[in-house]
Each structure stands twice: as C-alpha cells, then as structure tokens.
Design a protein around this ligand. Structure first.
Ligand code: KG4
Ligand code: ZN
Length: 331
C-alpha cells in the first residue's frame, strides 16, 4: 500500500491506499478549524505546532500496517512553508526507518485526483479548482499534461467567503456559514453587488473588489448591530455575485473549448449554489460532470496517496536530499 501524508495548510491527514484495487484502507484527518476560528483565518505558527502533535498521533494508529507500506507520498507544494515542513519531515524520517521510497505530490494535483479516488484516471478533462488558497480553471490533456486557463489575481473564491464571514464574526472557515445564511435571505433585492470583471475580456478572477463592496455595505449598517436578516441578505447577494463571477469566465472558456468532461474540486466546490450552476452549464454543453465525494473535497491525504499510486507505478521517486518544499509553486 501507499502511505499518503497531507499537511499543507490546517489539516493533518494520513491515508493508506491499496496499490492494486485503489481501496482506501485507512483515512483520517485532524482538522484545526476550531483552533484557528477565533483568529478568522489560519495562523501559520499555530498550524505548525498543531501538525507536530497531530501527525505522529495519526501515524501511531497505522503502526500495525507499517510492513505493508511500499512507498510514502507526501505533499511538498504548494502551501504554508511551516505546515508543509511537518509532513515532509515525517515522511523523510519514516522512509529511512521503513526503507521505502519517497514520492513528492503537488497538493493541487492531489485535488484533481480526488475525482478518481476509487477508479482509474480519466483524461482529457477540464477542472475548476476552488479552495481557500486557489481559484483556477485547468485543462488536462489526454497525456495528463496540465495547463492553467484562468487563475485569480488576488483572493481566492473560498478565501472571499472566509473574509466575508470574518467581517460578520462568523468564525473560520466561513464558506458553510455564509452559504447557510444566504439560504435564509428574506429580501433578495436588498443588496446588489457588481460582478467582478464582467466586461473584461481577460480570463481571470478577482474577488477583492467584491469583498470590499460587502465591507462598505456592512459599514453603512454599523452603528446598529448587524441582525441575522442583514447578514442573510448580504450573504445571499455576495454568494450570488461570487458564483456569477466564476460562471461568467467559465462560460467563455466552455465556448472556446468543448470539454468532454469537467470536474470541480477543492474545499469550496462543496458550495451548492456553484454546484447547481455548473451542473446546468455542463448539461447545456453536453459535458459529463465529475464531482469529488463531499468528504474528499477539502484537504485530505487520500487524494495525496492516490497521486502517489500513479507515481509509484511510473517509478517517480525522489531522494531524501532532493525532496524540498515549494510553498508557492502552482501546477
Ligand atoms: O480545499 P480546502 O479544504 O483548503 C484549501 O486548500 O484551501 O478549502 C477550504 C475552503 C475554505 O475557504 C472554506 O471557506 C471553503 O473552502 N468552503 C466553502 C464551502 N465549504 C468550504 N466555500 C463556499 N461554500 C461552501 N459551502
Ligand atoms: Zn486544498
């Protein structure tokens, strides 16, 4: 089996995947959400400390399986440097102790493989990756080569939900809280936010302007306390504008390329408003839609082990002294 280790941000996760039949033999993640929540975002130094506690605890649970591990796949890019180091250091030490090779995994490629956890990969494929750190549309050709079609010039889709949530003191991460409030909206016409870059031909995302529109509306109400109705109305208008922004650029990309299949991955792909809009677009375009199971949309080690399995079969190993962390690299 392949041991997968993920620690690129605020989740410590370990997985064991059967190389032959892709059966997930073990998967667990220890999330740090409640520890970061009071700060409205991930505090790197705190994340690093929590990883050094959680990762060895997870490893302890799979000790009886050590003899069956054929290789160790670990996220080494991109992510928070102090978080990546935790997983990579543990992987290196374990690979020496067990005398098995190391496999370096790009976290974003991991998210793509969350679509194929229990089946063989299916390329060519278009992908929308939306998470707390990334917003990208990717094209993957039949040989598995990945090209970036659109990225974000500032905040990511998930991050904009987190920042709106922070303005309303809803805790971190804010995606689900904002989505749930949006569903309680009573006055759908009350706020109208401009969709970013609507008449701009560039295939690019930007969420910071939208976030500022929300901030200005909140400031207008302040003085009085924000009521649940105020927050619900703002969240509704914000979520719609954010999703419409994703869809505007995506519709243009769909026109340029006729994808046979399209997948949405990353923690924020759990957003139901976004999911239903993409379902409609795929249906209209005669394109097959692939979705990762909800449990594996957010960061997890199963997707890292899954990429590790492909690299294991191709013999793509990395030496200890050549395994470095790359906090900023993309795909
Ligand atoms: O992939 P992920 O677990 O971590 C990163 O790699 O960033 O994604 C977490 C992000 C957070 O920003 C969170 O607020 C967002 O995904 N998210 C959502 C929803 N569920 C999670 N954003 C919008 N709507 C949701 N339902
Ligand atoms: Zn992620």
């Amino acid at each position: 089996m392949i041991l997968g280790i993920e620690s690129s941000c605020d989740d410590s996760s370990v997985a064991l995947l059967d190389i032959k039949d892709l059966k997930l033999l073990y998967h667990k993640k220890i999330s740090q959400e409640s520890e970061h929540s009071p700060f409205g975002g991930v505090v790197p130094e705190l994340a690093a400390r929590l990883h050094t506690k959680a990762l060895p605890a997870l490893l302890e649970e799979i000790k009886p399986n050590f003899k069956s591990i054929k290789a160790i796949a670990v996220t080494n890019e991109p992510g928070l440097s102090v978080s990546l180091i935790g997983g990579v250091s543990m992987a290196k030490a374990l690979s020496v102790a067990l005398n098995v090779p190391l496999i370096a995994v790009n976290h974003l490629v991991g998210h793509i493989y969350s679509l194929f956890l229990d089946c063989e990969e299916r390329f060519p494929l278009g992908v929308l990756l939306v998470s707390g750190g990334h917003t990208m549309v990717l094209d993957i050709d039949a040989a598995g080569k990945i090209s970036l079609l659109a990225g974000t010039s500032d905040d990511s889709f998930g991050e904009s939900f987190d920042k709106v949530a922070k303005m309303m003191r809803l805790g971190y991460p804010g995606g689900v809280a904002v989505q749930n409030l949006a569903r309680q909206c009573k006055n759908k016409e009350r706020f109208k936010f401009t969709i970013p870059l609507l008449h701009d031909k560039r295939l690019e995302y930007s969420f910071s302007g939208l976030k500022n529109q929300v901030r200005l509306e909140i400031e207008k109400i302040k003085g009085q306390e924000l009521s649940n109705d105020d927050m619900a109305d703002i969240c509704y208008a914000f979520e719609n504008a954010a999703c419409a922004h994703i869809m505007d650029k995506l519709a243009k990309i769909f026109k340029e390329r006729s994808f046979k299949r399209f997948g949405i991955v990353g923690g924020a792909s759990a957003n139901l408003n976004l999911r239903s809009r993409i379902e409609r677009l795929c249906l209209e375009s005669g394109c097959e839609l692939l979705l990762a199971p909800l449990e594996f949309c957010s960061d997890n080690a199963a997707m890292i082990a899954r990429v590790g399995r492909e690299k294991y079969l191709k013999g793509e190993f990395v030496k200890h002294n050549e395994l470095n962390i790359n906090p900023r690299v993309k795909v």
